[in-house]
Design a protein around this ligand. Structure first.
Ligand code: ADP
Ligand code: ADP
Length: 229
């Protein structure tokens, strides 16, 4: 687990006079173990902010720290983060176990250790009885849980969620939301979750960052954010 510190974060896409900043100097400190939701309308910069924390997008100005480390110049794999995306492509020809194990195999984690980690994640996500199945033999909800399992087995300091619920139907969305809450209760991993959906934000957030047009307009608990006059 680790805190995430954003200091005066600026982002401009491209160069030259036409390159308007899309993030205008965001400052925020996300505490160790906290679940923070970034919410705001489409195009306000939520995804850009998250991708900068992940290392998938260059930072134009400011510093991002994860724990004690400034990560500005670190590759994604060095940042101790795991991401859960909206489009969770599972490998169709691989079993659930192999889908979860794949990243660890690539990283040369020893076999026994891989088995221990996958079994632990499968237990948390109630996938233990499905480890030999192929993705096509799973329900949508089960597939989504395998995608989360892939992130968990990395044992990251930080989880980054990029609108992971937005392609799901209402029932599955509610179910997966509960799954994510349970995950956070059990593992307590510092989490940053991006959504444009206010209800989703309120339900999941311990605190929420409200973005608008590249600015952080509010940062507080759902009560604080919705009860300010
Ligand atoms: P959100 O996630 O809130 O919908 P984004 O972070 O995707 O917002 O986008 C913020 C702004 O940056 C938008 O104006 C968008 O058009 C612009 N933008 C996003 N990605 C790029 C890119 N690769 N090149 C240029 N502009 C981009
Ligand atoms: P792929 O087959 O898509 O390349 P890998 O598991 O081989 O996936 O990972 C490739 C690189 O991307 C590695 O450096 C790994 O650390 C990083 N990576 C893959 N998935 C994630 C994730 N969910 N979160 C963070 N980093 C990831």
């Amino acid at each position: 687990m680790a805190s995430i510190t954003l200091r005066n974060i600026i982002k401009r896409y491209g160069h030259g006079p036409k390159a308007n900043p899309v993030i205008h100097g965001v400052n925020a400190e996300i505490h160790d173990g906290e679940f923070v939701v970034i919410v705001g309308p489409s195009g306000c910069g939520k995804s850009t902010l998250l991708r900068m924390v992940a290392g998938l997008e260059e930072i134009t100005g400011g510093t991002i720290s994860i724990g004690e480390r400034v990560v500005n110049n670190l590759e994604p794999a060095q940042r101790d983060i795991a991401m859960v995306f909206q489009n969770y492509a599972l490998y169709p020809h691989m079993s659930v176990f192999d889908n979860m194990a794949y990243g660890l195999k690539i990283a040369s984690v020893p076999r026994d250790e891989i088995k221990t980690r996958v079994d632990k994640a499968a237990k948390i996500l109630e996938l233990g009885h499905l480890l030999e199945r192929k993705p096509r033999e799973l329900s949508g909800g089960q597939r989504q849980r395998v995608a989360m399992g892939r992130a968990i087995v990395r044992q990251p300091q930080v989880f980054l969620f990029d609108e992971p619920l937005s392609n799901l139907d209402a029932k599955l969305r509610a179910q997966t939301r509960i799954e994510i809450q349970k995950l956070h209760r059990e593992l307590g991993i510092t989490s940053l979750f991006v959504t444009h959906d206010q209800v989703e934000a309120m339900t999941l957030a311990q605190r929420m960052i409200v973005m608008n047009a590249g600015n952080m307009e509010q940062f507080g608990t759902p009560e604080e954010v919705y009860h300010t006059p």
